[in-house]
Design a protein around this ligand. Structure first.
Ligand code: NAP
Length: 348
């Protein structure tokens, strides 16, 4: 018997889709991803990008406060052990993901901790090939595999992730460790300017480090960077090493020149990478219509339809613009409703 709906992914879009699909009695099966070293290095472990962040202060419903007591009663004890304590803030990224996962489980979602490595959408029921070498069949599929922030791949960058190195200013910028300190943003696109500009609310000074002598960002964003007295652009330089220690985390960066400028060490308490994102769609090549940047193309406005009928997409895998936990959760809900209606219309 094919599954009614298989959901691929384990971020806010996937769990929200699972919660809605389970409550619609579609008995969703979620492939949350495999726990492998390869996935760890790629930033694609189960629970997605939020699992790599610290406090989440902008997800509605989690104001600052102490959640310990609530978590102790809301979560299975064994999973609770996996979560680092969140301190005084409303909720941490890993906690939010564990809570969403638990909520999906509470309504009957089944979970397989494997990757989907290939799909056959040419015939129906659809066939999905998992990393456990088994084949699964589904009448409808929701793809919510997310995206991963690009990092440079430096060993020092990896070492200080969550201790000063981040790829999300909106998620982490307001943390106390960054307040009134110099910060570094790497990149020269709209995201880099947006992050730098945002960080100037908290930071003493923001250095934008760009590898060329011209920003890629749009004119209005270039103007924003130039007009902000707290942004200083360090042209023709690349990040060579994140400097720091175990006690303080990041303390600075070593920059290498790509032109005539000198190499430079700069003091900073944080490094924000803004060098683009990569959607997790490698397994969908030639199976679904993808954009030039490899995001899933949605085929109808305000719907989660893809180029294959019965296959829906939600969250960052189809969104290179908003990329927020709450927008991902919203589209996860939409995908479950779209799938439910699509199945019902066909009597499936
Ligand atoms: P992006 O436009 O692709 O820019 C990436 C930047 O990172 C580029 O400046 C690039 O340098 C640099 N970079 C890439 N790889 C690098 C490496 N290995 N080492 C050093 N630098 C590297 O990405 P984005 O800024 O995330 O923007 C993505 C899309 O979202 C764009 O279409 C953008 O317009 C849109 N967006 C819009 C807004 C807004 O309008 N408010 C805000 C955010 C994003 P080069 O320039 O040398 O290639």
């Amino acid at each position: 018997m094919p599954e009614k709906v298989i959901i691929i992914g384990s971020g806010p879009a996937a769990w929200t889709a699972a919660i809605y699909a389970a409550r619609a009695e579609l008995k969703p099966l979620v492939f949350e991803g495999a726990i492998t070293e390869e996935n760890r290095l790629a930033g694609t472990l189960p629970l997605g990008q939020l699992a790599l962040t610290t406090e989440v202060e902008n997800f509605p419903g989690f104001p600052s406060g102490n959640l310990e007591e609530y978590l102790d009663t809301a979560m299975e004890k064994s999973r609770r052990m996996l979560m680092p304590p969140h301190g005084k803030h409303g909720v941490s990224g890993p906690e939010l993901m564990e809570l969403m996962r638990q909520q999906a489980v509470n309504f009957g979602t089944r979970i397989i901790t494997e990757d989907i490595v290939d799909v056959d959408f040419d015939s129906h029921p659809f066939r999905l090939f998992a990393s456990d070498e088994k084949t699964y069949e589904a009448l409808a599929v929701i793809v919510a595999t997310g995206a991963r922030a690009n990092y440079l791949g430096l060993e020092s960058e990896q070492r200080f992730k969550n201790r000063g190195v981040s790829a999300c200013a909106v998620c982490d910028g307001a943390l106390p460790r960054f307040r009134n300190k110099p910060l570094v943003v790497v990149g020269g696109g709209d995201s880099a300017v947006e992050e730098a500009d945002y960080l100037t609310k908290f930071a003493g000074l923001v250095y934008m480090v760009h590898r060329r002598d011209q920003l890629r960002a749009s004119r209005i964003m270039v103007k924003r960077a130039m007009d902000n007295p707290k942004i200083e652009i360090l042209w023709n330089r690349v990040l060579d090493e994140v400097l720091g220690n175990d006690k303080d985390g990041v303390t600075g960066v070593r920059l290498k020149s790509t032109g005539q400028e000198s190499d430079l060490d700069v003091e900073a308490s944080g490094v924000f990478l803004a060098i683009g994102h990569t959607p997790n769609t490698a397994f969908l090549k030639d199976k679904l219509k993808l954009s030039a940047k490899k995001y899933i193309v949605l085929t109808a406005a305000a719907r989660t339809y893809t180029s294959v009928e019965g296959v829906f997409a939600a969250g960052d895998v189809a969104d290179d613009y908003y990329r927020q936990a709450v927008t991902a959760a919203g589209t996860g809900c939409m995908a479950a409703l779209d799938a439910e209606r699509w199945l019902a219309a066909r009597g499936l």
